[in-house]
Design a protein around this ligand. Structure first.
Ligand SMILES: [Mn+2]
Length: 285
């Protein structure tokens, strides 16, 4: 408790205009809530966009999983809203239950289907979760559910694998991300998705788009439209930020993912050196 209070009192070390996060999947064991908490503590922004799949209603319906760290994420976000951050929630397919509450406000959190964001340098970005451009979800929802279960299985293997890696002092490495990038069909699937979202942004007259959904952080030009994907907090631990001058950047916290518990316990401890035997249990649930 005191460690949290100390950490909360420390000034944010990353001041930005806007933050986009998505695909947190609270309510699933795959959610890396502690890494997200650390990020939210370190960042200070005027506007925070929650770009969908924040709470995983699909998984919670199958089995209830809600540890303290997941509560802490919700509390942290509501606290930011209370302290003056504008928080906008764009529901995704896993938290589609929230789509019923579009145009409502919950404890300072605005819920919208999609929206436009104006950057400091005058660009218009269309904000959407992106599932409407996913062929699998649109054509066969049952297939999406099956894929979801297979995905959970990979994540389970991944957690076990990284626990072993942590024990021998190796940094976090995402098996599921590796598999996805290796599979050719997945690559073409990602490309089709990016093109479809970018074209819709162009059709709407936006200069760019910010989305999530495919758990793959990216920022590139697609047919004259800036395509930005803020990634996820299951595998890649990434966020998209806009600096004061309008410059956009993907923040990758995956390298800082493993030591959070030990650093919380010892705030002044030096950073963990790879290869050094861990003195505290690194992963504890
Ligand atoms: Mn999604």
């Amino acid at each position: 408790m005191s460690a949290h209070a100390v950490a909360d009192a420390a000034p944010a070390c990353l001041r930005v205009r806007t933050v986009w996060i998505s695909d947190v999947h609270l309510g699933t064991p795959g959610c890396q809530a502690q890494a997200l908490l650390d990020f939210l503590r370190d960042v200070d922004c005027e506007t925070l966009y929650l770009v969908g799949d924040i709470i995983d209603g699909w998984q919670l319906r199958r089995s209830w999983y809600w540890p303290q760290a997941h509560n802490d994420v919700v509390q942290k976000i509501l606290r930011k809203a209370r302290k003056g951050t504008r928080v906008v929630f764009v529901p995704g397919n896993h938290d589609e239950f929230a789509r019923r509450y579009v145009e409502h406000n919950f404890g300072g959190v605005e819920v919208v289907d999609d929206c436009l964001h104006q950057t400091a340098d005058g660009r218009t970005l269309w904000i959407t979760h992106g599932d409407l451009f996913d062929g699998v979800i649109q054509c066969a929802k049952w297939l999406a559910y099956v894929g979801d279960m297979a995905y959970e299985m990979t994540l389970k293997v991944n957690r076990w694998f990284n626990r072993v890696r942590a024990r021998v002092g190796l940094p976090y490495w995402s098996l599921s991300r590796y598999l996805k990038l290796k599979v050719k069909r997945a690559v073409s699937y990602v490309n089709d998705f990016e093109v479809a979202v970018a074209h819709e942004a162009k059709r709407r007259g936006a200069d760019g788009v910010v989305c999530g959904h495919i758990h793959h952080a990216e920022m590139r030009q697609v047919d004259g439209v800036l395509y930005c994907n803020d990634g996820d907090w299951v595998e890649s631990l990434t966020a998209l930020v806009e600096h004061a001058d309008g410059r956009l950047e993907i923040i990758d916290r995956s390298t800082a993912a493993l030591p959070p518990i030990s650093t919380l316990a010892r705030p002044s401890a030096p950073s963990v050196v790879a290869g050094e035997p861990a003195t505290a249990p690194v992963l504890r649930r």
